[in-house]
Design a protein around this ligand. Sequence first.
Ligand SMILES: Cc1cc2nc3c(=O)[nH]c(=O)nc-3n(C[C@H](O)[C@H](O)[C@H](O)COP(=O)(O)O)c2cc1C
Length: 169
Amino acid sequence: MVRILLLYDSSGGLTARLADAVEAGIRDAGGECLRRTVETALPADLLACDGLVVGSPNWSGITGRLKAWFDASGDLWESGELAGLPAGAFTAGYSRSAGTEATLLQLLHLLLAHGMVVVGLPWSERMRRSGSYYGATAHGEVTPDDEAQARALGARVTAFARRLRAAPP
Ligand SMILES: Cc1cc2nc3c(=O)[nH]c(=O)nc-3n(C[C@H](O)[C@H](O)[C@H](O)COP(=O)(O)O)c2cc1C
């Protein structure tokens, strides 16, 4: 069974609710979910996983706490140990038009810097109401469409993790 690290920060609970849906998607796809908040996660958790889904509140970018956590994983960046693992991103904020995609791209940048293989969301009718090519989203509340997109993201990362583990590039 592939193990996916679900790592996120959340102060008000919105990002945590999206994480619930990501976790459900990981399980849908037959994965094991290692769920950690930024307070409890260790860089070693990354090494124990076949893939990663990371989420941050949209605080005009990711939160300082999450950036500090990634800064502390710099050794793994240098050694390239995460290279080739699939990973996806999600974010929650107040407004649809106040930096959502910029925050997702900041998360994707961190994943790419580790050499990870970015898994986004493909176009669907649902994306007119929620989500982005760059990942799953919520704005002010978590709607059923938000949950469905986050769940799809968790399932996609898990499916890619299984394939990549079976046949590494
Ligand atoms: C310092 C700070 C900056 C924020 N910046 C933005 C922003 O640029 N765009 C936005 O839509 N919401 C912004 N928000 C609102 C948060 O994204 C919102 O509270 C969200 O629910 C946070 O996720 P959480 O409930 O998981 O903590 C900001 C909140 C704080 C505290």
